[in-house]
Write a protein that binds this ligand. Structure first.
Ligand code: ASP
Length: 347
């Protein structure tokens, strides 16, 4: 290995990739990182300096909290100068939330942060974890001809696809292709060669350093509308003590039932400073509240568009902005601003 060999920090948080079956209960439980690495002797064949850091104990990603995101960002920030890239092994269940949150927390990122995991534990013969891990490391080390990182973004690499983290959603609990980026094309693919699409990748401002952020406010709620939804439900959600923002999952291009009480409750909440963001229940496409009367009434009630944001991204972006104690008007303005490639705003 030469001194110019890429250096990668591999961070293990937990998840299926490092789990083993409990012989008594049959449930999958996390095991130690050293065991995990035993199953990937291929790592020694890399011509890279690979150091590791493990959560102790590792956690199922259903237990992830904003303070874990802050822990990850702190590890990246503290080690930023020493490494060319970072790979985070993470459970798939909430990986899209962590990736979305980190994309806002790591402002002006100029090095790759690649999250990956697996559907089958590393110890199983048919595991998808090995390929995911090996390619994630290659992506984290990849450089442009000028020496800059090829993928200076928070990404998810899974089952041959490299995706922008804040555009990604978990779509499958069984198949290996667990993630999809519906509203933004993949940043790359792995086949015989690893193909990275430079024209799709965000570039940092070379004149500004990395700025890490750590604050979140979790006084937010996700409200999914459905035919027959009761006034009492909406009342209790919008009048929750301390509520600061609602991600409202509406129908189609951002439409809601034309119930006077719904509009009244939304108007009251927005007037109190609650930020109400409209995203669609459809996996693909964008909110356009001007298109139908059922959407326009929401706009008039003070609801703002979440554009083509994933639910994970809209939620974490709100928590991030509210965590910085911004007034509701500023949160609304920034929700309509593309901060980390998370939304498509047509001119
Ligand atoms: N429950 C696991 C987790 O998210 C599932 C997985 O890793 O795929 O931690």
């Amino acid at each position: 290995m030469t001194d110019t060999a890429p250096s990668i920090l591999l961070i293990y948080t937990g998840g299926t990739i490092g789990m083993i079956e409990n012989p008594e209960t049959g449930a999958l439980e996390s095991f130690n990182f050293d065991h995990l690495l035993k199953f990937v002797p291929e790592l020694k064949r890399f011509n890279y300096h690979i150091n590791t850091y493990s959560f102790d104990p590792p956690i199922d990603s259903s237990d992830m909290e904003p303070y874990h995101w802050a822990r990850l960002v702190r590890i990246v920030e503290r080690n930023y100068g020493q490494y060319d890239g970072f790979v985070i092994l993470h459970g798939t269940d909430t990986m899209a939330y962590t990736a979305s949150a980190m994309s806002f927390m790591l402002e002006n990122l100029s090095k790759p942060v690649i999250l990956t995991g697996s559907q089958l534990p590393m110890g199983m013969l048919r595991t998808d974890g090995k390929e995911n891990l090996i390619t994630a490391i290659e992506l984290a080390a990849a450089k442009n001809a000028d020496g800059s990182a090829a993928v200076p973004e928070v990404c998810i690499y899974f089952e041959k696809d490299l995706m922008r983290g804040n555009r990604t959603t978990k779509i499958n609990a069984e198949k290996f292709n667990a993630f999809k980026s519906f509203n933004y094309p993949c940043l790359g693919h792995s086949a015989i060669d690893i193909q990275i699409k430079p024209e799709r990748i965000r570039r940092p401002d070379p004149l500004r350093p990395l700025k890490a952020h750590y604050l979140f406010d979790t006084n937010v709620v996700v409200l999914t509308l459905f035919p027959g939804i009761q006034e009492s439900i909406i009342t209790s959600v919008f009048r929750l003590q301390g509520l600061k923002a609602v991600v409202m999952k509406t129908f189609g291009s951002g439409n809601a039932p034309q119930k006077p009480w719904l509009i009244r409750l939304i108007k009251e909440a927005t007037a109190r400073g609650v930020v109400v963001v409209n995203i669609t229940q459809c996996q693909s496409g964008s909110v356009e509240m001007e298109r139908y009367e059922t959407g326009r009434q929401l706009l008039e009630a003070g609801v703002i568009s979440g554009y083509d944001s994933t639910p994970e991204c809209a939620l974490t972006k709100l928590m991030f902005l509210l965590g910085h104690d911004l007034p509701p008007e500023e949160v609304r303005r920034l929700m309509a601003t593309n901060l980390a490639g998370e939304i498509t705003i047509d001119a």
